[in-house]
Structure formats: structure tokens, C-alpha cells
Design a protein around this ligand. Structure first.
Ligand code: AMP
Length: 395
């Protein structure tokens, strides 16, 4: 796996695919700088080793060139974070970009305009990728969030760099963290899978059954499993067409020696609302008119025991409807258990889908070993897919 250390950047121009798809307020101020900060180690490394840097990214989902999606809005913030002036080319290809790239001196940074102002980017157009490639000597991919897309700047461009391509620090860290969970893991390994639906997690479940010792299944998925086993789930969320699949997963887990832990009790509500009446009930005896919206205390005690004994933990998806305070306690408790296990030396990875939102909201970010920056990309890696952006560098 080639990383920055494999190259001498002295007097070289590195063209880096970053993920600067940051949120902006109505005055075009960057409201969350996480993604720009995440790219800083890669940029710093290249600059301090005598190279110059050409940054390319997308921002939002523009239809053609739309001023509100211009990357010029993030120029000042990027400059502040990097601590160096950042030049700007108002088109990512063409004469202006060529000229700016040609004149770039060691230690200098150039930001190209939004790649998605050109339809060729998402279409993975080869000629467009070649034009981008002509700007730099070494291609670095540091955008994990788009690594599952075969776009011009994330994948197609790599073919023009033969051996002169590598992963940036951030992308390398993502791959390494996932490998720590799925390949070189210390046992026991526990995966916690929550969220709303079995259907969106099924490929992940199937793929990781071979790699884990324990699987905690929570959130809305719980009820498809309980219903399949003959329980009364009241009005809880359930995928009736996935009942057989749920039983098949339980059978497979048994065959593979994976211990499955499903909530035994839940916080049930008489309405999908923060102010609903609630009661803790046995998960197999939820009254009609009531729905399970969070894990109950007995379930949490079971999960705590499993987590505290684990040496490797993967967390994907909340245990309840954490967006409503009344049903956030299970997810917060789970975060506390994983934080405690991590403090005790376990390796914990949080990622995929919405999980990162919960982790940030409840302040667990610093307490996990690694929090992934890519929702969809991480989910696809957990499904066992080889992401095109990663494959293109490994080629
Ligand atoms: P996902 O994107 O699949 O990780 O699902 C996250 C969503 O699952 C969150 O918006 C939660 O509110 C939702 N969720 C978790 N538990 C339940 C539940 N018991 N019933 C309905 N939705 C749930």
C-alpha cells in the first residue's frame, strides 16, 4: 500500500483529491471545518518536504457552474487552517488552471474550482481525468468520502500516474482502521449494528459474520428478528419481507459460532414522539399501539458485559431513535461502554451511515480509537467491497 512516505516530493507538484465538501451558511461561511482539517496532515507533509500542492474537490451537487457551490467561498478558511496563502483557479481544467499549476513553486498551494461544475467528473470521463492529471506529477487520493465512486478525480485519474500515486494520510488511516477490525483484529471482536432497517445492513451483517465473535443487533432491526422468532412487537418498525432472512442470519451465526445479542427489553412508546408515554417492556411482549424506540435496562446491562470484554469493537448505527432525547439513552449508554473499553485498551471503530452523527452529538468522538469520515464509503468497505478509488491506487 503506497503512502506519502514512498515518495520524494521535493520540487514535485502533488495533485490531491480532497473532500472539501463542507457545509456553508447563507453568508457562505464554513460551519464545520472538520474535512479541511482532516486533509491538513497530508498537505503539511508534502509542503514540508519541498513539494507544492494542487487541491481538487467537489462541493455540493451543482447543476453546471453555480456560484453558490464555488470553492472560492472556502478559500480563506482553507488558508487559515493550512497557515499558508491559497491560490485559486476559477476552473479546474483549461488554460487558467494549467498556467497556475505551471507557475506553482515549492511550498505553494493551489485550489481548483469545484470538479462537479463539469458533468465529466461524475461520469468518470477519461479525457477530463487526463486534463486534471496533466496538472501534477504525483497523484494523492485523500478523499475517503468519495472513494466508493468511480469518478474522474477519485479513480479514473489514477491511470495516468503509473507508479506515481498513493494514499494520503487520512485515506491510509481509514483503510488501516478497518483492517484492524476485519483483518488483524485482536479477539474477542464485537460488532454493534443498530439503525433502522435490516435491509440496509444485511450485506454488512453477512460479510462480518465471518470476522466477529459477538454481534449486538439493536435499533429498529431488533423487531424484525423478534417477530421472526414469534414475539409480539406491537407497532414497532418491522420488515415483514425480511423475517426469513432474519432467521437465516441467526442460523448462520450459530453455524459460525458467532454469539448474537438482541435486546431483551425495550423502551416502548405510544407514539413516535419525544413526549409520548413510555414504558419498559419485554421485547417479545410489546402491547398493540406501542412501539419499541430504545433498548431497555436489561439489554444495556447485557451489552455492557459483552463490550467490556471485547478487544476490538465496530459500531455502526444507533440503538434507538437517538434524535429524540427520550429514546437516546441506549445509544448514549452504548457510547459510554465503548469509551470505557477503549480506555482499557480495546480498539474501537465507529463508522458507516449515520453513526458518526450520534457519536459527535454525544461527545464520544475523542473517546473512540477511530471515527470514520466516510459514511457510504465505510459501509461499502464493511460489506466487503473493494472501493474503486482504493483499487485505482493499488493497481
Ligand atoms: P441507519 O441510518 O440505518 O444507521 O439508521 C439510523 C436511524 O435509525 C436513526 O435515524 C434512528 O432514529 C433510527 N432508529 C433507531 N432505532 C429505531 C427504532 N427502534 N425504531 C425506529 N427507528 C429507529
Amino acid at each position: 500500500m503506497k503512502t506519502l512516505n514512498n515518495f520524494d516530493f521535493n520540487n514535485k507538484k502533488a495533485i490531491i483529491r480532497v473532500d472539501f465538501n463542507v457545509p456553508l451558511d447563507e453568508n457562505f461561511n464554513v460551519t464545520d471545518t472538520t474535512r479541511i482539517e482532516a486533509a491538513k496532515p497530508t498537505i503539511d507533509y508534502i509542503l514540508s518536504n519541498g513539494g507544492s500542492v494542487i487541491l481538487m474537490s467537489h462541493l455540493g451537487r451543482p447543476k453546471g457552474a453555480q456560484d453558490k457551490y464555488s470553492l472560492k467561498h472556502i478559500l480563506n478558511t482553507t488558508s487559515e487552517i493550512l497557515g499558508v496563502p491559497v491560490q485559486f483557479a476559477s476552473n479546474c481544467v483549461g488554460a487558467e488552471a494549467q498556467e497556475a499549476a505551471k507557475n506553482l513553486k515549492p511550498g505553494q498551494v493551489l485550489l481548483l474550482e469545484n470538479l462537479r461544475f463539469h458533468d465529466e467528473e461524475e461520469a468518470g470521463d477519461v479525457a477530463f481525468a487526463k486534463e486534471l492529471a496533466s496538472l501534477g506529477d504525483i497523484y494523492v487520493n485523500d478523499a475517503f468520502g468519495t472513494a466508493h465512486r468511480a469518478h474522474a478525480s477519485t479513480t479514473i485519474i489514477a491511470q495516468f500516474f503509473a507508479d506515481n500515486k498513493c494514499f494520503g494520510t487520512l485515506l491510509a488511516k481509514e483503510i488501516e482502521s478497518l483492517n484492524k477490525v476485519l483483518k488483524n483484529s485482536e479477539k474477542p471482536v464485537t460488532a454493534v449494528l443498530g439503525g433502522s432497517k435490516v435491509s440496509s445492513k444485511i450485506t454488512v451483517i453477512e460479510n462480518i459474520l465471518d470476522k466477529v465473535d459477538h454481534m449486538i443487533i439493536g435499533g429498529g432491526m431488533t423487531f424484525t428478528f423478534i417477530k421472526a422468532q414469534g414475539g409480539n412487537i406491537g407497532d414497532s418498525i418491522c420488515e415483514l419481507d425480511k423475517l426469513d432472512l432474519a432467521l437465516e442470519i441467526l442460523r448462520l451465526a450459530k453455524e459460525k459460532g458467532v454469539q448474537i445479542h438482541i435486546p431483551v427489553d425495550v423502551v416502548a412508546a405510544n407514539d413516535f414522539s419525544n413526549t409520548a408515554d413510555t414504558q419498559v417492556v419485554d421485547v417479545r411482549e410489546i402491547p398493540d399501539g406501542w412501539q419499541g424506540l430504545d433498548a431497555g435496562p436489561k439489554s444495556l446491562a447485557n451489552f455492557e458485559k459483552v463490550i467490556l470484554e471485547s478487544k476490538t469493537i465496530l459500531w455502526n448505527g444507533p440503538l434507538g431513535v437517538f434524535e429524540m432525547e427520550t429514546f437516546s439513552k441506549g445509544t448514549i449508554a452504548l457510547g459510554d461502554y465503548i469509551a470505557a473499553a477503549t480506555a482499557n485498551g480495546a480498539f474501537s471503530l465507529v463508522g458507516g451511515g449515520d453513526s458518526v452523527a450520534a457519536v459527535k452529538q454525544f461527545g464520544f468522538e475523542e473517546k473512540m480509537s477511530y471515527v470514520s469520515t466516510g459514511g457510504g464509503a465505510m459501509l461499502e468497505m464493511l460489506e466487503g467491497k473493494i472501493l474503486p478509488g482504493i483499487a485505482a491506487i493499488l493497481d
